[in-house]
Design a protein around this ligand. Structure first.
Ligand code: HEM
Ligand code: HEM
Length: 196
């Protein structure tokens, strides 16, 4: 990797450095890892529920929906935490945090969009089946329509976007590991517990 592309790649992750510690506020990585775990869990359940017998499938789908809705519920707090972190860093350093690497910025933007669009398409698919859907006896998803075509389209888009997201998140994770083990910078360390 050339020096300039290395610098560019390094700058990619320097999104909101705090002067001194260079770490984001703890809530940002906490929500990041929590949501990454939930997304991967929802994906694994989603990919494995199709072939199950009907009685098991309904309860496994319930778990899938519960985990998926947690992603949706944490989305807004995460966005608020990321924006607050950026403002705190700007106040500390006295300069606006720049988005130094366009590619990394776009990648993170796409991941945010998918994080929102995947649960919403799942929710649309589940509220167009013509009846309420009880989720593990905890609550019921409402029924807005009996629209088989819309249900099928949403299910298809949902599954495709989930696969795209896992691939992109994988590439993003590999980039973070590259920074840690090859470039030996603090990009990943800033997102891990500890000092410095
Ligand atoms: C489903 C899995 C994942 C998703 C959806 C995801 C998404 C994101 C997003 C949207 C950001 C922007 C900042 C934020 O919101 O916190 C981010 C930052 C980050 N991610 Fe992930 N991520 C995932 C998995 C991973 C994994 C597996 C790793 C490491 C192996 C990783 C390492 C990082 C690091 C180090 C940052 C900070 C980058 C910076 O400061 O600009 N992520 N991630
Ligand atoms: C980030 C959260 C989520 C992820 C990563 C995810 C992922 C997946 C995956 C990978 C599949 C299998 C697709 C296939 O193989 O074609 C699937 C199916 C499905 N998901 Fe999700 N999902 C999430 C959230 C949700 C939510 C919130 C709901 C509903 C409220 C939902 C409802 C469904 C439904 C109805 C199916 C189709 C089930 C079937 O064909 O039997 N998902 N999801």
């Amino acid at each position: 990797m050339s020096v300039s592309s290395q610098n560019l790649s390094q700058a990619a992750f320097e999104q909101a450095p705090n002067e001194g510690s260079n770490r984001p506020i703890w809530l940002v990585p906490a929500l990041h890892w929590m949501m990454a775990a939930l997304i991967i869990t929802a994906f694994i359940i989603g990919k494995n529920m199709e072939d199950l017998p009907r009685d098991q499938r309904l309860s496994v789908l319930g778990w899938h929906i519960l985990v998926g809705l947690s992603v949706l519920g944490l989305f807004l707090p995460r966005i608020i935490a990321v924006i607050a972190n950026s403002r705190i860093a700007t106040a500390k350093t006295g300069r606006v945090q720049d988005k130094a690497n366009f590619a990394a910025w776009i990648m993170q933007g796409i991941l945010y969009v998918l994080m929102l669009a995947i649960p919403l398409t799942g929710l649309t698919a589940m509220t167009t089946i013509g009846r309420n859907f009880p989720v593990l006896g905890l609550f019921s998803l409402p029924n807005f329509a009996n629209n088989h075509q819309l249900h099928e389209v949403m299910e298809g888009i949902h599954g495709t976007m989930a696969t795209v997201m896992i691939i992109l998140a994988g590439l993003h994770g590999v980039a973070a590991l590259w920074h840690h083990f090859v470039l030996k910078d603090d990009v990943l360390r800033r997102y891990l517990p500890g000092k410095g």
